[in-house]
Design a protein around this ligand. Sequence first.
Ligand SMILES: [Zn+2]
Length: 240
Amino acid sequence: MSGLKVEQIPVLNDNYVYIITCTETGQTAVVDPAVHAPVIKALGDRPLHYILNTHHHADHTGGNLALKEKYNCTIIGAGKDAARIPGIDKKVHEGDEVKVGNQPAKVYETPGHTIGHIIYHFENNHALFCGDTLFAGGCGRLFEGSAEQMFNSLQKIKAMSDETKVYCAHEYTLQNYKFLHHAAPDDGHVEARLNTVAAMRSEGKRTVPSKLADEKKSNLFLTAGSVKEFANLRKAKDTF
Ligand SMILES: [Zn+2]
C-alpha cells in the first residue's frame, strides 16, 4: 500500500483502532479511537494530527478528548452528527475529501447503524475505513436507521473496487459467518469463508482487514439484491 501505512490496534473486547500514516509526509491520523492509552503507546514519540470518527458510539470516540488534549489534533466527523461527536473540529459530508498528508480519502454518508455514520475511502490506497457499516461477513445493527438506508449505504461500498481492503471496527467475522452458514447452508462461498475464518481464529489470527472481493462473494448482507432480502437477513441475524 504505497503512501499509506496502516497499523491495527486491538482494544476492548473486539474493537480495532487504526493508526494511519502518510509515508511521504509523516502525517498521522487515528480512526475511531475507542480508548486513548493504547493509541498513545502505539504512537510512541510520533505526533498525531487527526482523529477520523465514523460515528458517535463510545467505542469509537471514547479516546477523542484525551487525545486532542495531548496532541492538539483535529477531530473530523460527520456534519450531520456533530452534536454527538466529542470535540469535533471539522464537519464533513457526502463527497467531501479528507487528507492525511498527501493521501486523500473520500467521505461517504452511510446511515443505518446510526443516522450520522460516515466512512472514509482512501481509494488510491485501496483502503476503506467503514466503522460499523460493513463488517467482514456482516453489517452493523440497525440502531437508528432503516433497512432501506443501510441497504443503500452498502451499495456505495459494493461499487468500490475488488482490491479494497475492508478495515472495519470489530472482529465479528467468525460469528457473522456462522450466522450466514445457518441462513444459507447451501452457499459454497459462505461455507468456504466460514472454514477459512474458523481456522484463522483457532490460530489466533485476525480476520480484519478483509478483501472487498471476498465480501462481494460471501457477505450476504452485501450481496442482497433487494431491500426486502436485506431486511429479512438483518432481522434473522438480530435474533441468531
Ligand atoms: Zn457502533
